[in-house]
Design a protein around this ligand. Structure first.
Ligand code: DAH
Length: 346
Protein backbone atom coordinates (compact mmCIF):
# COMPACT_ATOMS: atom_id res chain seq x y z
CA UNK A 1 0.00 0.00 0.00
CA UNK A 2 2.63 2.53 1.08
CA UNK A 3 4.99 1.06 -1.44
CA UNK A 4 2.55 1.78 -4.28
CA UNK A 5 1.88 5.26 -3.01
CA UNK A 6 5.59 6.02 -2.96
CA UNK A 7 6.06 4.57 -6.45
CA UNK A 8 3.29 6.82 -7.85
CA UNK A 9 4.88 9.72 -6.06
CA UNK A 10 8.25 9.03 -7.67
CA UNK A 11 6.62 8.93 -11.09
CA UNK A 12 4.71 12.11 -10.40
CA UNK A 13 7.88 13.93 -9.40
CA UNK A 14 9.81 12.48 -12.34
CA UNK A 15 7.18 13.84 -14.75
CA UNK A 16 7.19 17.24 -13.16
CA UNK A 17 10.98 17.42 -13.16
CA UNK A 18 11.10 16.40 -16.82
CA UNK A 19 8.77 19.25 -17.76
CA UNK A 20 10.51 21.93 -15.77
CA UNK A 21 12.41 24.57 -17.78
CA UNK A 22 13.97 26.83 -15.13
CA UNK A 23 15.86 26.46 -11.88
CA UNK A 24 13.29 28.72 -10.26
CA UNK A 25 10.42 26.38 -11.12
CA UNK A 26 12.52 23.45 -9.95
CA UNK A 27 13.07 25.15 -6.60
CA UNK A 28 9.31 25.35 -6.20
CA UNK A 29 9.08 21.60 -6.78
CA UNK A 30 11.85 21.00 -4.25
CA UNK A 31 9.87 23.02 -1.71
CA UNK A 32 6.68 21.19 -2.52
CA UNK A 33 8.19 17.74 -1.81
CA UNK A 34 11.24 18.17 0.38
CA UNK A 35 10.64 21.18 2.64
CA UNK A 36 9.60 20.87 6.30
CA UNK A 37 5.98 21.20 5.37
CA UNK A 38 6.41 19.29 2.11
CA UNK A 39 4.92 16.02 0.90
CA UNK A 40 7.76 13.81 2.18
CA UNK A 41 7.50 15.29 5.66
CA UNK A 42 3.84 14.42 5.82
CA UNK A 43 4.75 10.78 5.05
CA UNK A 44 7.18 10.85 7.94
CA UNK A 45 4.52 12.30 10.22
CA UNK A 46 2.21 9.45 9.40
CA UNK A 47 4.81 6.96 10.61
CA UNK A 48 3.64 7.87 14.10
CA UNK A 49 0.40 6.00 13.51
CA UNK A 50 2.06 2.86 12.23
CA UNK A 51 2.64 -0.25 14.33
CA UNK A 52 6.10 -0.34 15.90
CA UNK A 53 7.37 -3.39 14.06
CA UNK A 54 6.43 -1.78 10.71
CA UNK A 55 8.17 1.49 11.45
CA UNK A 56 11.76 0.58 10.39
CA UNK A 57 10.72 -0.90 7.04
CA UNK A 58 8.33 1.91 6.20
CA UNK A 59 10.80 4.52 7.40
CA UNK A 60 13.41 3.02 5.12
CA UNK A 61 11.04 3.09 2.16
CA UNK A 62 10.13 6.71 2.78
CA UNK A 63 13.79 7.67 3.13
CA UNK A 64 14.67 5.85 -0.04
CA UNK A 65 11.97 7.75 -1.93
CA UNK A 66 13.09 11.01 -0.39
CA UNK A 67 16.67 10.37 -1.54
CA UNK A 68 15.44 9.43 -4.99
CA UNK A 69 13.51 12.70 -5.30
CA UNK A 70 16.36 14.69 -3.83
CA UNK A 71 18.93 13.23 -6.28
CA UNK A 72 16.54 13.70 -9.16
CA UNK A 73 16.04 17.34 -8.33
CA UNK A 74 19.75 17.96 -7.62
CA UNK A 75 20.96 16.57 -10.90
CA UNK A 76 18.26 18.39 -12.89
CA UNK A 77 19.06 21.56 -10.95
CA UNK A 78 22.70 21.33 -11.99
CA UNK A 79 21.73 20.87 -15.64
CA UNK A 80 19.35 23.81 -15.57
CA UNK A 81 21.81 26.09 -13.79
CA UNK A 82 24.50 25.26 -16.34
CA UNK A 83 22.15 26.09 -19.19
CA UNK A 84 21.07 29.30 -17.51
CA UNK A 85 24.65 30.40 -16.89
CA UNK A 86 25.55 29.72 -20.46
CA UNK A 87 22.57 31.75 -21.72
CA UNK A 88 23.46 34.58 -19.39
CA UNK A 89 27.05 34.66 -20.62
CA UNK A 90 25.83 34.66 -24.20
CA UNK A 91 23.39 37.48 -23.51
CA UNK A 92 25.87 39.62 -21.63
CA UNK A 93 28.73 39.03 -23.98
CA UNK A 94 30.85 42.17 -24.23
CA UNK A 95 31.95 43.32 -27.62
CA UNK A 96 35.45 44.47 -26.85
CA UNK A 97 35.83 45.80 -30.37
CA UNK A 98 33.20 48.54 -29.78
CA UNK A 99 34.70 51.98 -29.27
CA UNK A 100 34.23 53.44 -25.77
CA UNK A 101 32.30 56.50 -24.73
CA UNK A 102 34.21 59.73 -25.13
CA UNK A 103 33.86 61.15 -21.63
CA UNK A 104 34.69 64.83 -21.37
CA UNK A 105 37.17 65.27 -18.58
CA UNK A 106 37.00 68.33 -16.38
CA UNK A 107 39.43 71.05 -17.28
CA UNK A 108 41.49 73.60 -15.47
CA UNK A 109 39.98 77.05 -15.43
CA UNK A 110 42.04 79.36 -17.67
CA UNK A 111 43.06 81.42 -14.63
CA UNK A 112 44.35 78.32 -12.90
CA UNK A 113 46.30 77.47 -16.04
CA UNK A 114 47.95 80.90 -15.80
CA UNK A 115 48.59 80.50 -12.05
CA UNK A 116 50.21 77.11 -12.61
CA UNK A 117 52.29 78.45 -15.50
CA UNK A 118 53.61 81.30 -13.34
CA UNK A 119 54.27 79.01 -10.37
CA UNK A 120 56.15 76.68 -12.70
CA UNK A 121 58.45 79.54 -13.68
CA UNK A 122 59.26 80.44 -10.09
CA UNK A 123 59.51 77.07 -8.36
CA UNK A 124 62.60 75.98 -10.34
CA UNK A 125 64.19 79.28 -9.24
CA UNK A 126 63.88 78.16 -5.62
CA UNK A 127 60.62 79.84 -4.62
CA UNK A 128 58.16 78.07 -2.29
CA UNK A 129 54.41 78.28 -2.81
CA UNK A 130 52.66 79.84 0.19
CA UNK A 131 48.95 80.43 0.70
CA UNK A 132 47.06 82.44 3.28
CA UNK A 133 43.58 83.32 4.52
CA UNK A 134 41.09 85.23 2.38
CA UNK A 135 39.53 86.65 5.54
CA UNK A 136 42.45 88.75 6.73
CA UNK A 137 43.16 91.16 9.55
CA UNK A 138 43.57 94.86 8.93
CA UNK A 139 47.11 94.52 10.27
CA UNK A 140 48.32 92.09 7.61
CA UNK A 141 46.32 93.55 4.76
CA UNK A 142 47.39 97.13 5.49
CA UNK A 143 49.40 98.02 8.60
CA UNK A 144 52.37 95.68 8.20
CA UNK A 145 52.54 96.88 4.60
CA UNK A 146 53.22 100.42 5.66
CA UNK A 147 49.60 101.51 5.24
CA UNK A 148 48.49 102.74 8.68
CA UNK A 149 44.88 103.69 9.44
CA UNK A 150 43.85 106.90 7.64
CA UNK A 151 46.72 106.53 5.19
CA UNK A 152 45.51 107.94 1.85
CA UNK A 153 46.65 104.74 0.10
CA UNK A 154 43.72 102.91 1.72
CA UNK A 155 41.51 104.79 -0.69
CA UNK A 156 43.28 103.00 -3.57
CA UNK A 157 41.53 99.81 -2.51
CA UNK A 158 37.85 99.82 -1.59
CA UNK A 159 37.60 97.22 1.11
CA UNK A 160 34.90 94.78 2.23
CA UNK A 161 35.13 95.07 6.02
CA UNK A 162 33.70 92.28 8.16
CA UNK A 163 34.46 93.98 11.47
CA UNK A 164 36.65 96.98 12.17
CA UNK A 165 39.76 94.82 12.10
CA UNK A 166 38.69 91.95 9.89
CA UNK A 167 38.23 92.15 6.15
CA UNK A 168 38.27 90.27 2.86
CA UNK A 169 41.85 90.73 1.74
CA UNK A 170 42.20 93.31 -1.01
CA UNK A 171 45.63 92.05 -2.05
CA UNK A 172 47.88 89.05 -1.57
CA UNK A 173 50.65 91.41 -0.41
CA UNK A 174 49.73 90.67 3.20
CA UNK A 175 51.39 87.31 2.75
CA UNK A 176 54.73 89.13 2.56
CA UNK A 177 54.34 90.12 6.21
CA UNK A 178 52.90 86.75 7.20
CA UNK A 179 55.81 84.87 5.63
CA UNK A 180 58.47 87.16 7.08
CA UNK A 181 56.97 86.94 10.57
CA UNK A 182 56.52 83.18 10.35
CA UNK A 183 60.21 82.80 9.52
CA UNK A 184 61.47 83.20 13.07
CA UNK A 185 65.10 82.50 12.12
CA UNK A 186 64.96 85.56 9.84
CA UNK A 187 66.78 83.73 7.06
CA UNK A 188 66.45 84.69 3.39
CA UNK A 189 63.05 84.07 1.79
CA UNK A 190 61.74 83.34 -1.67
CA UNK A 191 58.00 82.81 -1.87
CA UNK A 192 55.21 82.84 -4.40
CA UNK A 193 51.63 83.25 -3.17
CA UNK A 194 48.61 82.83 -5.44
CA UNK A 195 45.17 83.72 -4.14
CA UNK A 196 41.75 85.31 -4.48
CA UNK A 197 41.30 88.93 -3.43
CA UNK A 198 38.23 91.13 -3.09
CA UNK A 199 37.40 94.81 -3.58
CA UNK A 200 34.22 96.83 -3.47
CA UNK A 201 34.09 97.46 -7.18
CA UNK A 202 31.03 97.48 -9.41
CA UNK A 203 31.42 94.62 -11.84
CA UNK A 204 31.86 95.60 -15.47
CA UNK A 205 33.96 94.46 -18.42
CA UNK A 206 37.21 95.36 -16.67
CA UNK A 207 36.31 95.23 -12.97
CA UNK A 208 35.31 92.36 -10.72
CA UNK A 209 34.66 92.44 -6.97
CA UNK A 210 36.63 89.19 -6.81
CA UNK A 211 39.84 88.62 -8.72
CA UNK A 212 43.14 86.84 -8.39
CA UNK A 213 46.67 87.91 -7.63
CA UNK A 214 50.03 86.27 -7.29
CA UNK A 215 52.47 87.80 -4.86
CA UNK A 216 56.16 87.03 -4.96
CA UNK A 217 58.67 88.09 -2.38
CA UNK A 218 62.43 87.75 -2.17
CA UNK A 219 64.31 88.79 0.95
CA UNK A 220 68.05 88.39 1.33
CA UNK A 221 71.33 90.22 1.66
CA UNK A 222 72.33 92.36 -1.33
CA UNK A 223 69.05 91.89 -3.25
CA UNK A 224 68.91 94.78 -5.74
CA UNK A 225 66.63 96.36 -8.32
CA UNK A 226 68.80 94.62 -10.96
CA UNK A 227 67.71 91.26 -9.50
CA UNK A 228 64.08 92.36 -9.77
CA UNK A 229 64.56 93.52 -13.34
CA UNK A 230 66.32 90.29 -14.35
CA UNK A 231 63.56 88.22 -12.77
CA UNK A 232 60.83 90.24 -14.50
CA UNK A 233 62.56 89.93 -17.87
CA UNK A 234 62.83 86.17 -17.49
CA UNK A 235 59.22 85.86 -16.40
CA UNK A 236 57.90 88.00 -19.28
CA UNK A 237 59.84 85.95 -21.83
CA UNK A 238 58.71 82.62 -20.36
CA UNK A 239 55.12 83.78 -20.17
CA UNK A 240 54.71 85.58 -23.47
CA UNK A 241 57.65 84.48 -25.64
CA UNK A 242 61.40 85.03 -26.06
CA UNK A 243 60.97 88.12 -28.22
CA UNK A 244 59.14 90.09 -25.56
CA UNK A 245 60.80 93.05 -23.82
CA UNK A 246 59.87 94.66 -20.54
CA UNK A 247 59.71 98.33 -19.58
CA UNK A 248 59.68 99.66 -16.03
CA UNK A 249 57.77 102.83 -15.23
CA UNK A 250 58.16 104.60 -11.93
CA UNK A 251 55.09 104.14 -9.73
CA UNK A 252 53.92 104.21 -6.13
CA UNK A 253 53.00 101.45 -3.71
CA UNK A 254 53.24 102.10 0.03
CA UNK A 255 55.10 98.85 0.69
CA UNK A 256 57.79 99.19 -1.98
CA UNK A 257 60.39 101.88 -2.58
CA UNK A 258 61.17 102.41 -5.36
CA UNK A 259 58.00 101.06 -6.95
CA UNK A 260 57.54 100.23 -10.59
CA UNK A 261 54.79 99.37 -12.97
CA UNK A 262 55.89 96.80 -15.52
CA UNK A 263 54.88 96.72 -19.17
CA UNK A 264 55.58 93.94 -21.63
CA UNK A 265 56.00 94.67 -25.33
CA UNK A 266 52.98 93.81 -27.46
CA UNK A 267 53.12 91.14 -30.15
CA UNK A 268 51.47 93.49 -32.66
CA UNK A 269 54.71 95.09 -33.92
CA UNK A 270 53.59 98.64 -33.32
CA UNK A 271 50.29 98.30 -35.11
CA UNK A 272 48.61 101.64 -34.39
CA UNK A 273 45.16 100.04 -34.37
CA UNK A 274 46.04 97.08 -32.08
CA UNK A 275 43.14 96.66 -29.61
CA UNK A 276 45.35 94.98 -27.00
CA UNK A 277 48.00 97.68 -26.52
CA UNK A 278 45.83 100.46 -27.98
CA UNK A 279 48.61 101.25 -30.42
CA UNK A 280 51.17 102.04 -27.72
CA UNK A 281 53.24 98.90 -28.26
CA UNK A 282 53.23 98.15 -24.50
CA UNK A 283 50.88 96.29 -22.17
CA UNK A 284 50.87 96.82 -18.42
CA UNK A 285 51.07 93.47 -16.66
CA UNK A 286 52.10 93.96 -13.04
CA UNK A 287 53.34 96.09 -10.18
CA UNK A 288 56.59 95.52 -8.33
CA UNK A 289 59.29 97.20 -6.30
CA UNK A 290 61.99 96.97 -3.65
CA UNK A 291 60.51 96.04 -0.27
CA UNK A 292 60.13 99.22 1.83
CA UNK A 293 62.53 99.27 4.83
CA UNK A 294 59.54 99.85 7.15
CA UNK A 295 57.93 96.65 5.90
CA UNK A 296 61.10 94.66 6.56
CA UNK A 297 61.46 96.24 10.00
CA UNK A 298 57.84 95.64 11.05
CA UNK A 299 58.20 91.94 10.27
CA UNK A 300 61.50 91.55 12.09
CA UNK A 301 64.10 91.86 9.33
CA UNK A 302 66.90 94.42 9.82
CA UNK A 303 66.75 96.70 6.75
CA UNK A 304 70.44 97.53 7.25
CA UNK A 305 71.29 93.92 6.49
CA UNK A 306 68.38 92.73 4.39
CA UNK A 307 66.73 94.02 1.27
CA UNK A 308 64.18 92.46 -1.00
CA UNK A 309 61.85 92.78 -3.93
CA UNK A 310 58.18 92.03 -4.38
CA UNK A 311 56.02 91.45 -7.43
CA UNK A 312 52.23 91.57 -7.68
CA UNK A 313 50.68 89.84 -10.68
CA UNK A 314 47.09 90.46 -11.71
CA UNK A 315 46.08 86.97 -12.83
CA UNK A 316 42.83 88.11 -14.45
CA UNK A 317 44.54 90.66 -16.63
CA UNK A 318 47.22 88.22 -17.73
CA UNK A 319 44.62 85.54 -18.48
CA UNK A 320 42.59 88.00 -20.54
CA UNK A 321 45.67 89.04 -22.50
CA UNK A 322 46.87 85.51 -23.02
CA UNK A 323 43.56 84.00 -24.15
CA UNK A 324 41.92 87.07 -25.70
CA UNK A 325 39.08 87.58 -23.18
CA UNK A 326 37.52 91.02 -23.60
CA UNK A 327 35.25 90.86 -20.54
CA UNK A 328 36.54 89.90 -17.09
CA UNK A 329 33.06 88.64 -16.14
CA UNK A 330 33.56 85.69 -18.49
CA UNK A 331 36.21 84.45 -16.09
CA UNK A 332 33.65 84.20 -13.29
CA UNK A 333 30.22 83.35 -14.71
CA UNK A 334 30.98 79.64 -15.17
CA UNK A 335 29.62 79.70 -18.70
CA UNK A 336 30.43 76.20 -19.96
CA UNK A 337 30.80 77.51 -23.50
CA UNK A 338 33.78 79.50 -22.27
CA UNK A 339 35.28 76.94 -19.94
CA UNK A 340 34.83 73.96 -22.27
CA UNK A 341 37.19 75.59 -24.74
CA UNK A 342 39.91 74.65 -22.28
CA UNK A 343 38.84 71.00 -22.01
CA UNK A 344 41.47 68.68 -23.35
CA UNK A 345 39.93 65.93 -25.52
CA UNK A 346 41.19 62.52 -24.51
N1 DAH B 1 49.23 94.70 -3.98
C1 DAH B 1 49.28 95.57 -5.14
C2 DAH B 1 47.87 95.83 -5.60
O1 DAH B 1 47.01 95.06 -5.28
C3 DAH B 1 50.07 94.92 -6.23
C4 DAH B 1 51.53 94.96 -5.94
C5 DAH B 1 52.29 96.02 -6.35
C6 DAH B 1 52.13 93.94 -5.27
C7 DAH B 1 53.65 96.06 -6.10
C8 DAH B 1 53.48 93.97 -4.99
C9 DAH B 1 54.23 95.05 -5.44
O2 DAH B 1 54.13 93.03 -4.34
O3 DAH B 1 55.56 95.07 -5.17
O4 DAH B 1 47.65 96.78 -6.27
Amino acid sequence: MLKEKLETLKQEVQQKVDKVTSSLELSDIRNEYLSKKGVMSSFMMELKNVANDQKPIMGQMINETKNFISNLIDSRMKELQDIELENKLKEEKIDITLSGYNFKSASKHPMNIVVDDIINIFVPLGYSVVEGPEVETDKYNFEYLNIPKNHPARAMQDTFYITENLLLRTQTSGLQARAMQANTLKTPLKIICPGKVYRRDDDDATHSHQFMQIETLVVGEHVTLADLKGTLDLVAKKMFGEKREIRLRSSYFPFTEPSVEVDVSCSCNNNKTCPVCKGTGWIEILGAGMVHPNVLKMSGYDPNIYSGFAIGFGVDRITMLKYGFDDIRNLYNNDLRVISQFVKER
